[in-house]
Write a protein that binds this ligand. Structure first.
Ligand SMILES: Cc1cc2nc3c(=O)[nH]c(=O)nc-3n(C[C@H](O)[C@H](O)[C@H](O)COP(=O)(O)OP(=O)(O)OC[C@H]3O[C@@H](n4cnc5c(N)ncnc54)[C@H](O)[C@@H]3O)c2cc1C
Length: 354
C-alpha cells in the first residue's frame, strides 16, 4: 500500500517485480530533546541546528564504533569536551586490539575521554542529558547515540520473505528473496562473507550500491549477480585513518588451520622525504596455508588505498608469498621503496620462516 499524500488515503499498487530497499534503523533505545542519533540527512541537520543554536560545551557519545568515534572527533574539532562510552572491552568492533588500543591512546592524547561501561541516557530536569554508567551519573549538554544499525526487515518479513540469522532479509546471488517476484538490496539484507562463508549483517554504502544495482538489473529482466563482501571499511578519526578488510584475528577462528598475525610499522613516504607519517599494519593469515585472511591499518596518510590493495589480495584468496611479489609503485613523495603493504607481508613471511 502506498500513501496518497493529496487524498490522505492509501492506494494499492500492483507489481510484477518488487524491490525492497528499506535500509536500516538505528538502534536508539534512548530519546530526548538533547539526545541525538545519526541515520539520515534530517538527523544531521537537527544535530547541526542544535549545536549552532545551543553551543554545547560538552558531549557524550554512547558507542565507540566507527560512527561514534568519527562523531566524537567532529565534536572535539568544534571545541567540545567529549566522552565516549563503550560497553565492550575495546573500541572499534571488527578491529583487533593492536589497532584499537593505539587509536584509544590517540583519542586520549586529543582529550577525548573513553569510559568502558554500558551507558544509558535521559534528558536531565535541569536541561542537558544525564548519562548513567557503571553506577555513576554524568551530566552533559548533549548526547549522541551511536549503537549501530539493524536491518529494516519488517516489510519484507511481513510479505513472507525469509529472514536470516544475522537479522537481514535473505537473498540469493541475484538479490531475489525467498519470494521470487520480490528482490531486496541495501541495508535491509544480510550478505555472505566470502572469506568465512558465513552470512553477516554489515550495512555499508558500498554493498548497498552494488546490491541495489544487481537487484535493479535482475528485476528489469537482466542478469547480474552479487557474490558477497569481505567487510572492507575505513574511517577518519581526528585525521587518523583506520581501515580494515577480511577477517579479524577473532573472526578467523575456524576453518583455516593455525592462525597467526603480525604487526609492523612503516613510513607512508620514503623515510628521507619530508611530511610522511607512520603506518601501523596488522595482518592475519593462515600459518597452515599461507593465505592472507585479514588486514588492518592506521595512519595519517595512504592507509585506505593500501587496505584496498590487501582487500583485492584477500578476496582473490592470495597467499603471502604471491603478494610479496606484487609490483607496487615507489616514488619518495608517495611511498617508500618497500611499500607498507610489502613490508607487512614480508614480516608475515618472516614469521612463517619463509
Ligand atoms: C553516519 C553514517 C555514516 C556512514 N558512513 C559510511 C561510510 O563511510 N562508508 C560506507 O560504505 N557506508 C557508510 N554508511 C552506511 C551507508 O550510509 C548505508 O549503508 C547506505 O546509505 C544504505 O543505503 P540503503 O539505500 O540501503 O538505505 P537507506 O539509505 O537507509 O535508505 C532507505 C530508505 O528507505 C526508506 N524507507 C524505509 N521503509 C520504507 C517504506 N516502507 N516505504 C517507503 N520508504 C521506506 C527510509 O526512510 C530510507 O530513506 C554510513 C551510515 C551512517 C548512518
Amino acid at each position: 500500500f502506498v500513501p496518497d499524500r493529496r487524498s490522505g488515503t492509501k492506494a494499492a499498487l500492483s507489481y510484477s517485480r518488487l524491490i525492497i530497499a528499506a535500509g536500516g534503523d538505528v538502534v536508539q533505545p534512548y530519546s530526548g530533546k538533547y539526545i541525538f542519533s545519526l541515520r539520515n540527512t534530517q538527523d544531521g541537520l537537527s544535530l547541526k541546528k542544535f549545536i549552532d543554536s545551543s553551543h554545547p560545551m560538552n558531549a557524550a557519545v554512547i558507542g565507540g564504533g566507527m560512527i561514534g568515534l568519527e562523531m566524537a572527533s567532529s565534536f572535539r574539532k568544534l571545541g567540545m569536551k567529549v566522552t565516549v562510552f563503550e560497553g565492550s572491552p575495546a573500541i572499534l568492533p571488527g578491529f583487533d586490539t593492536e589497532i584499537s588500543a593505539p587509536v584509544e591512546r590517540y583519542l586520549a592524547g586529543h582529550d577525548i575521554k573513553i569510559i568502558k561501561s554500558k551507558a544509558s541516557a535521559s534528558d536531565s530536569a535541569s536541561g542537558g542529558v544525564d548519562v548513567s554508567a557503571g553506577g555513576r551519573s554524568h551530566h552533559y549538554d548533549m548526547a549522541l547515540i551511536a549503537l549501530g544499525t539493524k536491518a529494516a526487515a519488517q516489510l519484507a518479513g511481513a510479505a513472507g520473505c525469509e529472514l536470516g540469522a544475522a537479522g537481514g532479509v535473505r537473498t540469493n546471488l541475484k538479490m531475489q528473496t525467498s519470494i521470487p517476484s520480490i528482490y531486496a538490496a541495501g541495508d535491509c539484507i544480510e550478505v555472505k562473507n566470502l572469506i568465512s562463508g558465513k552470512n553477516v549483517y554489515i550495512p555499508l554504502g558500498t554493498t548497498a550500491n552494488k546490491t541495489g544495482r544487481v537487484a535493479g538489473i535482475n528485476a528489469a529482466g537482466g542478469d547480474a549477480v552479487f557474490h558477497g563482501i569481505i567487510a572492507s571499511a575505513a574511517g577518519n578519526i581526528l585525521n587518523m585513518t583506520v581501515a580494515r578488510t577480511g577477517l579479524s584475528e577473532e573472526e578467523a577462528g575456524d576453518g583455516f588451520g593455525e592462525i597467526a598475525s603480525v604487526v609492523s610499522e612503516s613510513a607512508s613516504r620514503a623515510d628521507y622525504y619530508p611530511g610522511g607519517s607512520k603506518i601501523t599494519s596488522k595482518l592475519i593469515f593462515s600459518k597452515t596455508s599461507g593465505q592472507l585472511l585479514g588486514a588492518q591499518m592506521m595512519g595519517k596518510e595512504g592507509v585506505a588505498k593500501r587496505i584496498d590493495i590487501l582487500a583485492v589480495c584477500i578476496q582473490q584468496k592470495m597467499k603471502l608469498r604471491d603478494i610479496a611479489g606484487l609490483d607496487l609503485t615507489y616514488a619518495p613523495p608517495e611511498a617508500p621503496v618497500w611499500d607498507p603493504v610489502l613490508k607487512a607481508v614480508n614480516t608475515a613471511l618472516h614469521k612463517l620462516g619463509k
